[in-house]
Design a protein around this ligand. Structure first.
Ligand SMILES: Cc1ncc(COP(=O)(O)O)c(C=O)c1O
Length: 387
């Protein structure tokens, strides 16, 4: 009997037929530093957040909370804090999710099907591409090019829309390039979506890390616009998995809530408490972060401008940039990444994490200590030259 079950389970057809969703692990997750093992990396320049915080670095001691099922939308206090600077929005427009990743999953599975169409900018944070793919939704990609400064051409976005387009999906500030669109462009994309009768998703996970002035929260631009963000990147707390969806159409919010209730009913009482405490001190937390971030960006600029084997588009948001090798390194890119890690203990995000050639890599300069950052930059320069 047991053998029969095992035999059945091994059948390729059964595994293939297991789900309507075609889940495939994404390279950015398979090869992530936490899966590879933080202990195996000396200079970790692959992260896209500021340094990870701890309860003590945040000055927090968790009180004796009652561990009940929390409010399904997320605690009211937390939702109020998230939109406290947005007079057009209120707590009912906010749904707490398991990180921005969980929010993106809810949105894609709630809105997209095999008969719909998605227009999405690429490169992008992998989930923005992979969940719609898993659903089998037809996708048009609008590819950003180094030669254009990774700028978004709204006309190209308009050109791929069809009557079946249900969703336009952009990320701003952009991961992995750190490039930001202007407020006028953001409003232009929101107008395009409205005129085309589709929804707009703006993944604004890096919004609090903007050099060129913070863009308006996208959800304030109309009830057809959906904002996604989290505390993971600018606040260095990806481990609490608190992100959110903001949208002012109650019908959409009801659908997103239904999806969340089927996934997890509600969020974690402890994690939401930590999130509230962080957001109560938002400005005090962000101020020193932004000072240090600008200093580091200048440091990266000095290094890269003196590094004749690399070129880049200087970012204006996030804590990442996406340099490009001017030529194949000795032995090719695989050999480069191997010696970078093995000989120089340095880890970066290779282009294929973002469906780009491996001559590009994402360099995260906000997470390592200043010394680790220096060690990693030296490692990259050395690995670009050594055989
Ligand atoms: C643009 C973007 N969106 C969403 C996420 C997911 O972040 P989290 O789920 O930790 O909030 C990331 C993480 O790298 C990201 O870069």
């Amino acid at each position: 009997m047991a053998g029969g079950i095992a035999k059945a389970y091994q059948s390729a057809e059964i595994i293939e037929g297991i789900s309507l969703m075609r889940y495939v692990r994404m390279p950015i997750e398979v090869e992530s530093p936490e899966e590879y093992g933080y202990g195996n990396i000396r200079f970790n320049l692959s992260e896209s957040s500021i340094a990870d915080q701890s309860l003590s670095s945040l000055g927090l001691t968790v009180p004796d909370l009652t561990l009940l099922y929390g409010e399904h939308r997320g605690s009211l206090a937390l939702r109020e804090l998230i939109v406290s600077n947005e007079p057009e929005l209120n707590a009912d427009d906010v749904l707490i999710a398991g990180g921005a990743a969980g929010a993106l999953f809810i949105i894609a599975t709630a809105l997209l099907g095999a008969d719909d169409h998605l227009a999405v900018v690429r490169p992008n944070y992998a989930t923005n591409l992979e969940t719609p793919r898993a659903i089998g939704c037809p996708i048009s990609f609008v590819d950003l090019a180094f030669e254009d400064g990774f700028a978004l051409d709204i006309q190209r976005l308009a050109d791929v829309l069809t009557p079946a387009t249900k969703l336009i999906s952009i990320t701003c500030p952009h991961n992995p390039t750190g490039v930001t669109i202007s407020e006028e462009e953001l409003r232009g994309v929101a107008r395009l979506a409205a005129d085309s009768g589709c929804l707009l998703l703006v993944d604004e996970t890096y919004r609090d890390l903007s050099l060129t002035g913070k863009l308006p929260m996208a959800a304030t631009l109309g009830s057809h616009v959906i904002s996604v963000s989290s505390l993971s990147k600018a606040y260095g707390v990806p481990g609490i998995r608190v992100g959110w969806i903001i949208n002012s159409d109650p019908r959409l919010q009801e659908i997103f809530l239904a999806a969340k209730e089927q996934i997890s009913i509600c969020g974690s009482v402890i994690n939401e408490w930590v999130a509230e405490e962080i957001l109560k001190r938002r400005d005090a937390f962000l101020e020193p972060t932004l000072v240090e971030w600008r200093r580091r960006l200048d440091r990266i600029a000095t290094w890269i401008e003196g590094e004749d084997l690399l070129e880049w588009i200087r970012p204006s948001g996030g804590v990442v940039c996406f340099p490009r090798m001017k030529a194949d390194p000795p032995g090719g890119t695989d050999a480069f990444y191997r010696r970078l890690l093995q000989d120089h203990g340095t880890y970066v995000g290779p282009g294929h994490w973002f469906e780009m050639p491996d001559r590009y890599f994402r360099l995260g300069y906000g997470w390592p200590t200043a010394e680790e950052l220096e060690g990693g930059l030296a490692g990259i320069s050395a690995a670009l030259r050594s055989e």
